[in-house]
Design a protein around this ligand. Structure first.
Ligand SMILES: NCC(=O)N[C@@H](Cc1c[nH]cn1)C(=O)O
Ligand SMILES: [Zn+2]
Ligand SMILES: [Zn+2]
Length: 451
C-alpha cells in the first residue's frame, strides 16, 4: 500500500496549486491543435500533408523502479462558435458550476496536462517520484493516429524498452459520479463515398430533372446502410460478432449506470433501448454505423438552389472483437458498388476506407489495474466499476501487441463531458482529483512492487 502520509502531502500540494493548474489548461486549450502540422507526411484527399509530431519524453531512469508509459493526444476535434458553442471554444472558461468549458478540456488536453501537473506537484512537495515515466503524446489521434503504428513498432525495442505497463487517460467515466477503469474499446473503419457527375455545380432550375444528381444517389446509398433502430444492413457485417452468453449478461447487471444520466448526457430521451443492459451492450460489444456528414453539399443558411456536382459522404462503423477491418472494408465496398449499380445512374462512384483500427480488450486482473483501483479508493473512497468504451483509441492495441505489456485506460472526465460536441467541459473537481489519481496510481504501482 502507498504511504498515506506521502499521499496526503501530494494531495494537499495539488489542492494548493489548483488555480495555477486551471490557468495552465487554459493556455493549452487556446492552442488550436487541429491546425498544427510538422513532421512526416501522409496523403489525404489526394494531397500530401505534413503530420504533426509525436512527443516522446522520459522522466527518471532508476533501475529499481517500474517504468510506466503514459499516452495522450494533444490534437482536438475542430470547433467553431457557429456550431453552437456558448463561448469561444478555444478560450477556456469556468462556469458557476465549476465546469471548465473549452475544446479539448476533457479530450484530451486535461489528462495530458494532468500528467505534467502530477510531476510538478511531486517536485513542489519535495516527494520522490515513485516510478520512471515515459511519455508518448501524439497529434493525430482524432484522425485515426496516422503514422503512429509505425512509430510504436519501430521504437518498441528502442525508446519503449523497459516499459512495464501502459496507462492511457483518454476516455470518460460511464456516468457523472463514479470513477471507472476501462479494459475494452471498439475499433473503427472510417469510409468516404464520393459521387461525381456534372463538371461543375449547376442551377437546379436550368438543369434539374435532366441530369443524374450525385446527392440523390448518395442519399439512396446512405439509406441502405443502417436502419433507424441501429441495425447495420450491409450483408455479412455482423457474422463474426460473438453471441451473447448468460454469463456475460450478468456482468452488466452490477454496473452502476443510470439511463436518466445518459439521457442528460445526450440532451434528449431518444435512446433506442429503454434499459441499461441493452444500452451498454450496444455501446460496447456490438458494432454500430454512424453517418457523419457530406462534403460539397449546400449547408449554409438560406435557400440556394444549387445542384451539387460532386459530394463526399462520410460514415464509420465501430468494430468489436473478431471484426477484421480488412474484411469489413471489402464487404462495405462490394455492397456499395453493387447498390450503386442498381441505381442506373451515369454518375461515378468512388468508395474507400480512410482509416481503420481493431477493437481492444485487456485483462483487468493485472497489477496495473489493481494499482489503479487502489488509487481510486484513496482519492474517491469508492471501488471503481470496470467498463468497456464505445469509442476508439487506435494506438491502444498497438501498444499492447508491440510492447507485449498490459494497457490500462484510466479516465479523468465524466460521461457527460461532451467530447466531440459543443461546449465540451471538464469539471474542475475531475481535473484536480484526476491529477491526484494519476499520482496515487503511480505510488500504488511502486508499493505493489515493494510488497
Ligand atoms: N477520445 C478518444 C477518441 O475520441 N477517439 C476517436 C478516434 C478516431 C478514430 N477516427 C477518428 N477519430 C473516436 O472517434 O473514437
Ligand atoms: Zn481522445
Ligand atoms: Zn476524441
Amino acid at each position: 500500500m502507498a504511504d498515506p502520509a506521502v499521499l496526503k502531502t501530494y494531495f494537499d500540494t495539488v489542492d494548493n496549486l489548483q488555480d495555477y493548474y486551471v490557468e495552465r489548461l487554459k493556455e493549452a486549450v487556446a492552442i488550436k491543435s487541429y491546425e498544427l502540422a510538422d513532421l512526416g507526411t501522409h496523403v489525404m484527399d489526394g494531397k500530401t500533408l505534413k503530420l504533426p509530431p509525436a512527443i516522446l519524453g522520459t522522466y527518471g531512469n532508476d533501475q529499481n523502479k517500474k517504468t510506466i508509459l503514459v499516452y495522450g493526444h494533444y490534437d482536438v476535434q475542430p470547433a467553431l462558435i457557429e456550431d453552437g458553442w456558448s463561448s469561444d471554444p478555444f478560450e477556456l472558461h469556468e462556469t458557476s458550476k465549476h465546469q471548465l468549458i473549452g475544446r479539448g478540456a476533457s479530450d484530451d488536453k486535461g489528462p495530458v496536462i494532468g500528467w505534467l501537473n502530477a510531476i510538478e506537484a511531486h517536485q513542489k512537495a519535495g516527494i520522490e517520484f515513485p516510478v520512471n515515466l515515459k511519455f508518448c503524446f501524439e497529434g493525430m489521434e482524432e484522425c485515426g493516429s496516422e503514422g503512429m503504428d509505425e512509430l510504436v513498432v519501430r521504437e518498441a525495442k528502442r525508446y519503449f524498452t523497459g516499459v512495464d505497463a501502459v496507462c492511457i487517460s483518454d476516455n470518460y467515466w460511464l456516468g457523472v459520479t463514479k470513477p471507472c477503469l476501462t479494459y475494452g474499446l471498439r475499433g473503427i473503419s472510417y469510409f468516404k463515398i464520393t459521387i461525381s457527375g456534372p463538371g461543375r455545380d449547376l442551377h437546379s432550375g436550368v438543369f434539374g430533372g435532366t441530369v443524374h444528381e450525385p446527392m440523390t444517389d448518395l442519399f439512396l446509398l446512405f439509406s441502405k446502410l443502417v436502419s433507424p433502430s441501429g441495425d447495420i444492413l450491409i450483408p455479412g457485417i455482423n457474422d463474426n460478432v460473438e453471441p451473447l452468453t448468460e454469463e456475460e449478461n450478468k456482468i452488466y447487471e452490477s454496473i452502476e449506470f443510470s439511463m436518466n444520466e445518459y439521457h442528460d448526457a445526450i440532451g434528449s430521451k431518444t435512446t433506442i433501448y429503454e434499459d441499461k443492459i441493452k444500452t451498454l451492450q450496444h455501446r460496447w460489444r456490438f458494432p454500430s454505423l454512424t453517418i457523419h456528414g457530406i462534403e460539397g453539399a449546400f449547408s449554409a443558411p438560406g435557400t440556394k438552389t444549387v445542384l451539387p456536382a460532386k459530394i463526399t459522404g462520410k460514415f464509420s462503423i465501430r468494430l468489436v472483437p473478431n471484426m477484421e477491418p480488412d474484411r469489413i472494408n471489402a464487404l462495405v465496398e462490394k455492397f456499395l458498388t453493387e447498390e450503386f449499380a442498381k441505381l442506373g445512374s451515369k454518375n461515378t462512384l468512388n468508395v474507400g476506407c480512410v482509416h481503420g483500427a481493431k477493437a481492444w480488450v485487456s485483462s483487468p486482473n493485472h497489477w496495473n489495474y489493481v494499482a489503479a483501483a487502489k488509487a481510486i479508493e484513496k482519492v474517491f473512497k469508492v471501488h471503481p466499476d470496470y467498463t468497456r468504451e464505445g469509442g476508439s483509441i487506435p494506438i491502444t492495441l498497438t501498444f499492447q501487441d508491440a510492447l507485449n505489456k498490459n494497457v490500462l485506460l484510466l479516465p479523468m472526465g465524466r460521461g457527460d463531458d461532451g467530447a466531440h460536441s459543443i461546449n465540451e467541459k471538464l469539471d474542475r473537481s475531475n481535473y484536480i482529483e484526476g491529477i491526484k489519481l494519476f499520482g496515487a496510481y503511480l505510488h500504488e504501482i511502486a508499493a505493489i512492487k515493494a510488497e
